[in-house]
Design a protein around this ligand. Structure first.
Ligand code: NAD
Length: 270
């Protein structure tokens, strides 16, 4: 169990601390009174092992060295935040269950085979899987579900997303979550209607995905409801990675002391 008292700072373990998101979270944590980075984990082969997480994030020394031993780091923290890699997600989840620590998984591109592990883990720890931790996207998911419920079925749904050239997964986890919200609004089975690599004509009822990769685009998502003679577009544009970092830290602080179960970003910020 966590040893955190009411009103105390949440001691956050950052998994993936040397990455773009990990460094942003370390920087943003330094500005917040409700959290403190107390551990930083990176992959065992990382060239940054032993470096100070604050120095690497550009905010000066915080006396938190990057290490690879997740179990040892978890013992000193109240909550873990994972923005690493899909390949590491299952082991990170198992370590948090073993240490009885709540976990926010921000990593995207998680395989469907992890779904059962996530469900099992949520019986033991407070768990939040968020392919997008921004307030704006959390709201957008709700709006898309509403729009898809309200508009007649002959409004075709297409999702267009754009990210920086180094992003590994496609379509983005956020685009897929938006697709699920749209399918849910219409009572469709997402797996049956999602078209992630269109090659040929559009079928009625499809939810199509289009992907742009390039430059330093932080993250754009547009959901198009295309009817005959009119169109509704719902769009979110992130221009600063800090929006994800702020949401992730708000979620981490919120998860501390929660009962086991699976939570969602909307539980926290809407
Ligand atoms: P990155 O490649 O810059 O960083 C990855 C980090 O993970 C590095 O520190 C690396 O050492 C670490 N890592 C890799 N394997 C590991 C392992 N086995 N154990 C521990 N650490 C390991 O990536 P990034 O741009 O920071 O993105 C990380 C993830 O977060 C991606 O899946 C990305 O899509 C996702 N992301 C989510 C959101 C959100 O709002 N949820 C926002 C942006 C990015």
């Amino acid at each position: 169990m966590s040893t955190r008292g009411a009103g105390a700072q949440a001691r956050v373990l950052m998994i993936g601390a040397s990455g773009r998101m990990g460094r942003a979270i370390v920087r943003v944590a330094a500005e917040r009174p409700d959290v403190r980075i107390c551990g930083a984990v990176v992959s065992a082969g990382s060239a940054d092992l032993g470096r100070d997480a604050g120095e690497l994030a550009g905010i000066g020394r915080i006396d938190v060295p990057l290490r690879a031993d997740l179990a040892a780091a978890l013992a000193e923290c109240d909550v873990a935040v994972d923005f690493s890699s899909p390949a590491a997600a299952a082991a990170n989840l198992a370590a948090c269950v073993a240490a009885a620590r709540p976990l926010l998984i921000g990593t995207t591109g998680l395989g469907t085979e992890l779904a059962a592990d996530i469900e099992r883990a949520a019986r033991h720890i407070a768990l939040l899987v968020a392919p997008n931790t921004s307030l704006g996207v959390t709201l957008l998911l709700e709006l898309v579900k509403r729009a898809s419920q309200a508009l007649p079925d002959d409004f075709d749904i297409e999702i267009v997303e754009a990210h920086h050239r180094r992003k590994k997964d496609a379509p983005s986890g956020t685009a897929l979550a938006l697709g699920r919200a749209a399918a849910q609004g219409r009572g469709q089975n997402f797996g049956e209607v999602a078209v992630t690599d269109r090659n040929g004509a559009r079928r009625s009822g499809d939810i199509g995905f289009a992907v742009v990769r390039g430059g330093d685009i932080v993250g754009d998502h547009t959901v198009v409801f295309a009817g005959s003679g009119e169109q509704v577009q719902l769009m979110h544009r992130a221009t600063d990675r800090n929006v994800f970092a702020r949401g992730a830290l708000a979620a981490a602080a919120w998860l501390c002391g929660r009962a086991s179960g699976q939570y969602h970003m909307r539980d926290i910020i809407l």
